[in-house]
Design a protein around this ligand. Structure first.
Ligand code: FAD
Length: 564
């Protein structure tokens, strides 16, 4: 926790962890305000967990979340109402900047003098031009910027700016550098760690340990690429600029948006408060995947639920993979007969490409799992262990008790993309599905989960998309024709038991696109060779080939071939 004391009564900091609450309580904090929406970053602790820790120390809490650049009058009013005279107040967000902006705006709303507020801004070195604009419209903007903030400095500019240093962002930076070393590239991502998310299913199944799926971000940034550890808070594609969380702007010639998707935990009532306890888990978070295996190992009898939200989601097979690996464990331990297993799927089929369904159905039968289609999880009461669903065939909500529940959260585009000119009406990045170039802005490209392309949102898809974007972008910078295309390839290794996988590989329209001949690896059947690929080969391919710009089995195809 990096604390900045603004006044004797008010302080700000970056993201807290539960252990920080004891320190804040000791320093006399009475009131805690969180200005960060839950789920902004994978490793972020949810507000509910922090509030519980704060309240155990007698600290009152308020959640007033907003995304950077979206401080409005209502948030300012709410924030101001929390600033009780005589109380010690601490506010936090990702860096502390948003909390400080809300504080100065609330003070200005209550009539504080501009000079006093500028003194405070100088003390903590935060630009307050935007939050103060509505209250002091006659003051020139540069007067509101402390002289030593980076916002006053010359604007950084790069040939290529990549937003998001996940699977797509890092791989694209490496791949472009391999094609043209001279291009200047900036990778923008606030996260300190990078995750191999496909490993989380294996963590939940007790096959991998969680730390093997994590590396520090700094260790993965390709040499010669500038890492800006900030979140992008806005896109201005007409000015070829992105705005950062700290108020800076970065200029680009070409932009790649690879910001992934947002896991919308708060879309299910009661879920955030109970995740990680009361038998409620999810392999969709690094810190929770080990809890899945703990629950599975401890359950000897009772009722286990596995849920799947409406599409699109990343790795559409992951919700049922969690079920198969759990059932396999219970079968091998001889307790499956005493466990009532239910798979509750908002959709209407077991898997979107029918060729793989017979193999999957045979495992559903083997494990005697009850499959409920058109059942969408809407609420969880963790303490009473009850899950509620909206079912297509019932006007009334359907409730089910559970001993454990594995939840796959609903998913949507990140707010910063959805609220920008780059989004389609669903909020996703609006690109051509073959060239991956933006439909309106020629110098903007997409990669990975953030796009509106109708492929399976998987790391395997990203592996095939990266060479297409890297080649097309470099060609366009050289004034050459953009002539390579992405065929919609995605892959989902369905872990039907510990030791066997149904390896679904398909492209646009559900066309099967196997990487190996059937005699070597038949993807429509459960095979040991696919398990070895997933467990032993693919993690190494990810860390040592894909993220380093080696394009194993991922060569791009001519555009005209994929368009037909
Ligand atoms: P990500 O890798 O998620 O990266 C997005 C990055 O953007 C993050 O680093 C984030 O910090 C950053 N970011 C977000 N907002 C901002 C912002 N405002 N400014 C700057 N940076 C930002 N795929 C497979 O191929 N096979 C599998 O078996 C498989 N299993 C999976 C199992 C689970 C449980 C999960 C969760 C995923 C699985 N996947 C699998 C899917 C795969 O991990 C994703 O599809 C892939 O990581 C997408 O890559 P991406 O670059 O689009 O996004």
């Amino acid at each position: 926790m990096k604390i900045k004391h603004v006044t004797e009564q008010f302080s700000i900091s970056d993201q807290l962890v539960p252990e920080d609450l004891a320190t804040l309580a000791e320093s006399g904090v009475d009131i805690l305000i969180c200005n960060r929406p839950d789920g902004e970053a994978a490793e972020q602790i949810d507000f509910a967990e922090l509030a519980e820790a704060a309240e155990s120390h007698g600290i009152r809490t308020f959640h007033i979340p907003f995304t950077s650049g979206h401080l409005d009058a209502e948030i300012t009013r709410e924030f101001g109402e929390c600033l009780e005279d005589g109380k010690r107040i601490h506010a936090f967000c990702r860096t502390g900047n948003r909390s400080f902006s809300a504080y100065v705006a609330a003070q200005a709303r209550q009539g504080a003098a501009l000079n006093d507020l500028l003194e405070l801004a100088k003390k903590v070195d935060i630009d307050v031009s935007e939050p103060l604009k509505p209250y002091f419209p006659e003051i020139p903007m540069d007067k509101t910027k402390p002289a030593n903030t980076s916002s006053g400095a010359a604007k950084a500019s790069f040939d290529i700016v990549i937003v998001g240093a996940g699977s797509g962002g890092i791989a694209a930076a490496s791949s472009i550098k391999k094609r043209n070393k001279r291009l200047s590239i900036a990778l923008i991502d606030p996260a300190s760690d990078h995750y191999y998310q496909p490993g989380w299913t294996m963590v939940g199944g007790g096959v991998f340990d969680a730390p093997s799926t994590r590396r520090s971000m700094g260790s993965l940034i390709p040499s010669g690429v500038k890492w800006i550890q900030q979140a992008v808070a806005g896109f201005d594609p007409k000015a070829n600029e992105v705005q950062l969380d700290n108020g800076d702007s970065v200029h680009y010639q070409n932009l790649i948006v690879a910001a992934g998707l947002k896991l919308n935990w708060s879309g299910i009532d009661g879920l955030e408060q109970t995740l990680g306890k009361n038998g409620v888990t999810s392999n969709y978070r690094y810190d929770l995947a080990p809890y899945t295996f703990k629950l599975v190992s401890e359950l000897k009898q009772g009722k286990a639920l596995f849920t799947q939200p409406p599409m699109p989601i990343k790795c559409a097979g992951a919700p049922q993979k969690a079920m198969y690996l759990s059932c396999d464990h219970w079968l091998k331990k001889g307790v499956l007969k005493d466990i009532d297993v239910h798979f509750l799927n908002a959709g209407g089929v077991l898997f979107g490409v029918s060729d793989y369904v017979p193999a999957l159905q045979s495992y559903v039968d083997r494990y005697n799992a009850n499959v409920h289609f058109s059942h969408n999880l809407t609420a969880i009461d963790g303490e009473n262990r009850v899950a509620t669903f909206k079912a297509a065939d019932s006007d009334e909500p359907v409730s089910m008790e559970f001993d454990m529940i594995h939840v796959c959260p609903p998913q949507c585009a990140p707010d910063v993309v959805a609220s920008s000119e780059l989004a389609d009406e669903g909020g996703w990045l609006d690109v051509d599905q073959f060239t991956l170039r933006h439909k309106k802005f020629d110098n903007v490209w997409g990669l990975g989960d953030v796009m509106n392309t109708p492929n399976a949102k998987t790391m395997a898809a990203v592996r095939k998309q990266v060479p297409v974007v890297a080649s097309n972008l470099v060609a366009s910078l050289d004034g050459r024709e953009v002539n390579l295309g992405y065929d919609g390839y995605g892959s989902c290794p369905l872990t039907v038991e510990n030791g066997k996988i149904v390896l679904a590989e398909f492209g646009y329209g559900g066309k099967l696109l196997p990487s190996f001949p059937a005699w070597m690896l038949n993807g429509t059947k459960a095979t040991r060779s696919a398990w070895i690929l997933k467990k032993q080969i693919l993690p190494a391919v990810y860390w040592h080939a894909m993220l380093k710009g080696h394009e194993w089995l991922a060569g791009p195809k001519p555009l005209k071939d994929v368009q037909n």
